[in-house]
Design a protein around this ligand. Structure first.
Ligand SMILES: Cc1ncc(COP(=O)(O)O)c(C=O)c1O
Length: 365
């Protein structure tokens, strides 16, 4: 079976490092707020190229606390895409805001600046929240410029983008470039995954870092002195210890994903491929293709022992009641999108096998 994710293959070679990391936490017993937290925050901030990292216990928590830290007015509108995991939208709602929907660019599946321009011209938006979906960079320079014109903040959902680079006039920049903060998820299947849930806000802004630190721990800097209402959204020491053990491998895992993705690119016709590097450098959390007769293709691949999955089977507005927004490019994309196996422990032969059977299925369709 060629799998979408292979945690056995990922963790097998580093099992001794993971065991050592867990043992250290068991020994010092600071299960909450142990030394691994700050150590991981320093290391991940350096990896992604920002000044601060505040570790929390999921990507969803990072998004909620990040939006709350912007202190937007109640009911403020946040512009985002429906081609994303539902958590992007849940976070907007739980932070007391409303959603302004932006369509995607069919070439990339990412936020379309032309659609954003229309939204900003027609409604007052306080925050623009693009998603670096599949690990591919959203068009940040265009988004930042539009947000500036209309006086909106920018933040980014980088939950699938550990190491993604954004192309700017000054060269390649970190995934959080042009944004007040970037939110990350370390759920187990991510390019950098914990052995459980985890997340982080990464930022160059001292104020945002400080507010998220307060929010993740009951508004407290000091025990029993709450400066604002907060949450229990800290990352566990154990997860930080495991993430610290895995982080030194992330660059080589990302490099390998890229080699394999570029091999898919060479083997597959242009009509099925999405443009992943149009606005920078992707880290290929996923390798999505666009196919006709998606369910039949998926079943055909499965019959050959090839897993595939749909990100996402439903637009993220499906969590909301009421009439769905008009997002023609998003709808069309979601009808045909299918992600092929891509992880650092696949072989070139695996990729050729998958691409070969995909071509056969496409010929049948
Ligand atoms: C784009 C996106 N946003 C948000 C999240 C939420 O992260 P978590 O599952 O860690 O809460 C995810 C994780 O799947 C994601 O892929």
């Amino acid at each position: 079976m060629i799998r979408m994710v292979d945690l056995e293959a990922l963790h097998g070679p580093i099992k001794a490092e993971l065991d050592r990391a867990a043992r250290a936490v068991m020994d010092h017993k600071h299960f909450v707020g142990g030394p691994e937290i700050e150590e991981f925050e320093r290391a991940f901030a350096a990896f992604v190229g920002h000044r601060h990292c505040v570790a929390v216990n999921s990507g969803t928590a990072a998004l909620i606390l990040g939006i709350l830290a912007l202190d937007l007015p109640k009911g403020a509108k946040v512009a985002t895409v429906a081609n994303t995991f539902v958590a992007t939208v849940e976070a907007i709602l739980w932070a007391g805001c409303r959603v302004a929907w932006v369509d995607v660019d069919p070439r990339t599946g990412l936020m379309d600046p032309d659609s954003l321009a229309q939204v900003l011209a027609h409604e007052k938006v306080h925050l623009v929240l693009p998603v670096h979906l599949y690990g591919a960079p959203a068009p940040m320079p265009g988004i930042r410029e539009l947000a500036r014109q209309y006086g909106a903040e920018v933040a980014v959902d980088a939950c699938q983008a550990h190491g993604t680079r954004v192309a700017t006039a000054d060269g390649l920049m970190p995934a959080g470039w042009g944004a007040r903060w970037a939110a990350y998820s370390f759920s187990p299947s991510k390019n950098l995954g914990a052995l459980g849930d985890g997340g982080a806000i990464v930022t160059d802004d001292d104020e945002i870092a400080d507010r998220v630190r307060l929010l993740r721990h009951h508004g407290q800097r000091q025990r029993n002195l709450s400066l604002r209402p907060g949450f229990t959204e800290r990352m566990d020491s154990l997860q930080a210890a495991w993430l610290l053990a895995k982080l030194p491998h992330l660059s080589s895992w990302n490099r390998r994903r890229r080699e394999l993705a570029l091999l898919y690119d060479r083997l597959l016709p242009e009509a099925v491929r999405l443009r992943h590097d149009l606005y920078g450098v992707s880290v290929f959390h996923l390798y999505p293709v666009r196919v006709k007769g998606r369910d039949a293709v998926k079943a055909g691949l499965s019959a050959q022992g090839i897993e595939s999955d749909v990100y996402y089977p439903k637009p993220a507005y499906s969590v909301l009641p009421g009439r769905p927004p008009r997002l023609p490019a998003t709808r069309q994309l979601l009808q045909g999108v299918l992600s092929l196996p891509l992880h650092p422990h696949l072989t070139e032969d695996d990729v050729q096998y998958v691409a070969g059977y995909l071509l056969e299925e496409l010929a049948k369709a």
